[in-house]
Design a binder for this molecule. Sequence first.
Ligand SMILES: [Zn+2]
Ligand SMILES: [Zn+2]
Ligand SMILES: [Zn+2]
Ligand SMILES: [Zn+2]
Length: 308
Amino acid sequence: MDDFYDKLLIELECPVCSNYMAPPIRQCETGHSICEACRKKLPKCPLCQKQFTDSKNISLEALACKMHYPCINRLSGCTAKLSLEERDSHELNCSFKGFKCGMDKCPWIGKLEDVVEHWSSKKTKSKIYHGSNICHTKIKQESYYVNLVEINKQLFWFKCKLEKGKVFWAVQFLGPREEANDFYYEIEVFKPGCAMPKILFSDYCQTADIENGELFKDSICISASVDCVNRFVSDDQLLIYYLRVNEVETNEGLEETTGEKKEARKARKQYKKKLDDKHKHKHRDRSKGAATEDAEKQKISYRRLKNN
Ligand SMILES: [Zn+2]
Ligand SMILES: [Zn+2]
Ligand SMILES: [Zn+2]
Ligand SMILES: [Zn+2]
């Protein structure tokens, strides 16, 4: 049955880009179907060189709406089968999605479990941060740096940018989008050796899919004019501050925990449990070999993340 279903799915692949076609599915004069994105790019049908028409392949569109599609991250291990409506939101939040490492201009994309290892393999200036860190930012014309933060197996990017007389700070959560607001960060600007004065900024973490152009807007990150923090800058032009990343304390049953977030947290727990179960299974039955190898690899990198 599965085999038959897969063969049916192949009929829905665009002959040009191999992505699954979704309505509108247009045709050429001969009757070849093509996805909308490819049709817009091509002057005529690549299969028969005839013109495209405006008519749609209505029966194929109807079939496309009834099918369940494999997740775009299936090669990374996601086994979800999704209807057209579910597909976009799932793929945005899929736990098998590739993550960027966050380093400037680094082309690496990989699994969440491999981000720490990737960072450790690079000769970055600073070590991976933990929940609370003292940071030094040189107050000069322009600068930008990013660091990885890890607390309780959760990963974040901490980004600091200096531009046009303003300093910007942002923390982004690497994980499901709905969970970013479960964490907040604090920037506490202080003068070494003095209890007072100090300035405390605080905001929720952002999601990892926000690009820097959007991230460093005043309404999204924390920003302060250099004039405002100038009294804290040392003689050698260093601004010193604590960066702290914390989980928002929520009591079960409180109104502020929305249903969506509860679901996300539940899904995360189930995912971790699944990894644990797979691991146990592997130890019970070593003869399975290749089938459990992937799960084992995943478990190893997960454990590495845990122990780091
Ligand atoms: Zn296409
Ligand atoms: Zn054609
Ligand atoms: Zn998926
Ligand atoms: Zn990288």
